[in-house]
Design a protein around this ligand. Sequence first.
Ligand SMILES: Cc1cc2nc3c(=O)[nH]c(=O)nc-3n(C[C@H](O)[C@H](O)[C@H](O)COP(=O)(O)OP(=O)(O)OC[C@H]3O[C@@H](n4cnc5c(N)ncnc54)[C@H](O)[C@@H]3O)c2cc1C
Length: 394
Amino acid sequence: MTATASPPVTTPTGPAGAAGSEPLDAEDRSALADLAFAVGRRYADRRFADLDAAQAHWKEVCEAGLPAISLPPEHGGAGTTSDLLLVAERLAAGGYPAGKLTISTAIGGAVILRHGSPEQRDRWLPAIGDGSLRFCFALTEPGAGSNAANMRTTATRTDDGGWRINGEKTYISAADDSDVMIVVAKDAESGGFSLLSLPLPCEQLQMTPSTCTSACPSASGRSTSTTSSCRPMPSSAPPGRGPGPLRRAQPRAPHRGGAGRRHRPLVPGAGGGVRRRADRLRRAHRRAPSRPAPLAEALIDLEAAWALIERGAEVYEAGGNAGLACNMAKVKACDAGLKAADAALQTFGGSGFTGETLMFERFGYLRLLRSTPVSREMALNQVAVAGLGLPRSY
Ligand SMILES: Cc1cc2nc3c(=O)[nH]c(=O)nc-3n(C[C@H](O)[C@H](O)[C@H](O)COP(=O)(O)OP(=O)(O)OC[C@H]3O[C@@H](n4cnc5c(N)ncnc54)[C@H](O)[C@@H]3O)c2cc1C
């Protein structure tokens, strides 16, 4: 049995926002920001390991229509990438970020919107928008990490027009909780990069779950932050459910700094709850005015990061090569977020490390973002090449 592929798409389809998408006006943007903040705020005192909270949070995000925001109007959307980033930032600032908004909506949605066929866009974008279809993204490999130059997974055309994917991926977030996997593979013919959509479950795909950390939110029904190792993915998927190309044979490594990479880090939200916890918070807040400098510095860094994030969104929306701008934003945002979380932790003193304030859990999440979805070092490598013109070192 061989896989049946969707029609190939060989060229980008233009600006990421696609025809018809306009940024929201100031009033709508402000209302959107308030809405997202309020949703995040309602879960600010919930642990990431609390799966009920993760699922309820994602349900609220979807019911509020937030995942659709950057889609074109014909697919149920109303704004642009910049508006989606605002939603991601405000949810996190409220106290509870939405991981699926990054992987499924921003990465999955942006890839389909920019590189999918008209049929793929019609089929998948509305379902990404209402949250009924969930995507995961498979780039990292054992031995290659997220350095696509060392990737070994291949995609080969089969005689009947299908595709065979062979390879092994690792650390694929929410692979057990997704409907479609976007696989990055080397085109066996040209050596360039291809993105292929693989509907899940796929019986030829072997998955080994691993629980990495409880420092990030997950709506997975199994465990917090389940990642998976996936190995050989041959072509013998049932007809119509095989891997289909989204974009073929990119001459260079795909950017790991696309739309889904950009969200402004948060100073962890905390509040409410048991009296002891409230006392600790009050004590910490009392201390803040006498030690404002580290918090003020953190705010300045966050604002600088946000400016770079908006710049990245602007270049991306214009259909330009946004890798440099987005990788700069990624590095600055991760550093600024971690610095802010560290300053907040220090202000809280010992209580920052208690389970009641959740400060250390949120700090851990911000630290994770230095290593994922693309490592800080790989982002810097790309900046050195694209921004400084240095030879590739990786
Ligand atoms: C919770 C979690 C979720 C994840 N989710 C996903 C996902 O959904 N999809 C996905 O594709 N991946 C995912 N990853 C993988 C993540 O992107 C990688 O772990 C990360 O990119 C580092 O790769 P590695 O673990 O193989 O480490 P290695 O590649 O072994 O790297 C180890 C260290 O060396 C540095 N390094 C490596 N090469 C270079 C170089 N050339 N120059 C300078 N420094 C270098 C790295 O930056 C890193 O700090 C996830 C990881 C975690 C922990």
